[in-house]
Design a protein around this ligand. Structure first.
Ligand code: SF4
Ligand code: SF4
Length: 312
C-alpha cells in the first residue's frame, strides 16, 4: 500500500481511502457488525484512511472497526451545518459516535461556490476554532462543483478538498472534466490535500475500473481516492491495485446499481432539491431519474419523507 501526506498537512494517509457511504443506510444498509467487518478487512490490509459523513450514518460501524484497529487510522467526516452551533453538534456527534477525541479531517459537505461558502462561514469558523483547540487536525470541503474547488484552492482557511472527479467527468457540476482537472491542479499547487470521490462515477465506470483508478492515481497523481467497498473480496482487489498491480485481469464484474423509486412517491420534489447531479425531475407527480446523470450517492433517499427512493 502506498501512503501520502495530504498536501501541506502533517496527515499521512493510504492512497486507498475506505469510502464508508457504501456500507451505510443510504446504500447497502449493512448491519453494524457486517459493516465493521468490511472496514476491518481494509484496515488489516493496510488501509489507513476512512471517509465518512454525518449523513452516511456509519459512525457506529467505524467505531466498532476501530476498537481493534491494527494501526492509526485517519478519519475524514462532513457536516451540512451552516452555523457554529450546528457544526459544534456535528463535531460532538462525530467524536462520540466514532469514539475519537480528535477528528483528523472535518469537511463542509457539498459546497458549490464562494456564495455557499459564505453562507457556511460561521460553521467554517467553528471548525477553525476546533482545529485551534486540537479537536480537529484539518479543515476543508467536499464538492461536485468546479467553482468550489477553484475558490477553496486559494482560501488559506482550507487544508483539504475532496472533489468529485473521474475519468469521464460523470457528475461534475459547473464545468467540464478539463475544467475540474485544472481546478484540482491549482489546488494541489496551492498545497491543498486533495482526495477524489466517485472514481467510478457511482458505478457507471465499473467496466473501465482499471483505467478509472489509473487516471486518478497515475495521471492526476492525487494523494488519495475514496472508494466504496462492500465486501472482503472488493477490499482485496482494490488493495492489490493500489499496491502497484495494474493488471488488466482486474477488470471488475460487479452487479450494476439502480435507483429505485416506489410507486407511493408523492411527487413532493424533496429528493430532486438535494440532488446535485440534477438527475431527478418530477413528472406527473412522480420522481423520475435520469440514469445517465445519477451517481448513486443515495443522498436523495435521506431527503425523502416517504422512504420511497433508494439505491439498490
Ligand atoms: S422525496 Fe420521496 S416522495 Fe418526494 S418526490 Fe422524491 S421520492 Fe417522491
Ligand atoms: S438521483 Fe439520488 S442517488 Fe442519484 S445522484 Fe441524485 S441524489 Fe444521488
Amino acid at each position: 500500500m502506498e501512503y501520502r501526506t495530504l498536501g501541506l498537512t502533517q496527515i499521512e494517509v493510504s492512497r486507498l481511502c475506505f469510502g464508508a457511504l457504501t456500507i451505510g443506510p443510504l446504500q447497502r444498509r449493512m448491519s453494524v457488525a457486517d459493516g465493521a467487518h468490511v472496514i476491518r478487512s481494509a484496515l488489516d490490509a493496510g488501509v489507513r484512511f476512512i471517509d465518512t459523513a454525518e449523513l452516511y450514518g456509519t459512525y457506529e460501524q467505524i467505531r466498532v472497526a476501530l476498537r481493534t484497529a491494527p494501526h492509526d487510522v485517519v478519519i475524514a467526516t462532513k457536516s451540512y451545518a451552516y452555523e457554529r452551533q450546528g457544526v459544534e453538534a456535528s463535531l460532538k456527534a462525530a467524536r462520540e459516535g466514532m469514539g475519537r477525541s480528535v477528528i483528523d479531517i472535518f469537511l463542509l459537505h457539498e459546497q458549490e461556490s464562494m456564495h455557499t461558502l459564505r453562507g457556511h462561514w460561521e460553521a467554517l469558523e467553528g471548525l477553525l476554532e476546533a482545529k485551534q483547540k486540537g479537536d480537529i487536525r484539518a479543515v476543508g470541503i467536499s464538492t461536485h462543483h468546479v467553482e468550489a474547488v477553484k475558490v477553496a484552492a486559494v482560501l488559506p482557511e482550507i487544508d483539504i478538498i475532496s472533489p468529485l472527479i473521474n475519468v469521464q467527468g460523470i457528475g461534475i457540476q459547473g464545468g467540464s472534466l478539463r475544467d475540474m482537472e485544472d481546478a484540482v491542479t491549482e489546488a494541489v499547487g496551492q498545497g491543498k490535500g486533495v482526495y477524489a470521490m466517485k472514481p467510478l462515477g457511482g458505478g457507471h465506470l465499473i467496466p473501465r475500473w482499471n483505467e478509472a483508478f489509473s487516471y486518478l492515481l497515475d495521471q492526476l497523481n492525487l494523494d488519495a481516492i475514496a472508494v466504496g467497498m462492500k465486501n472482503a473480496s472488493e477490499v482485496r482487489r482494490n488493495v492489490e491495485f493500489f499496491s502497484g498491480s495494474r493488471s488488466s485481469a482486474w477488470s471488475a464484474l460487479e452487479e450494476s446499481r439502480q435507483l429505485h423509486i416506489d410507486d407511493w412517491c408523492s411527487g413532493c420534489g424533496k429528493c430532486a432539491a438535494v440532488c446535485s447531479s440534477r438527475a431527478l425531475s418530477i413528472v406527473d407527480a412522480q420522481a423520475v431519474v435520469d440514469p445517465e446523470r445519477c451517481v448513486f450517492c443515495g443522498y436523495c433517499g435521506a431527503a425523502c419523507p416517504e422512504f420511497a427512493i433508494k439505491v439498490i
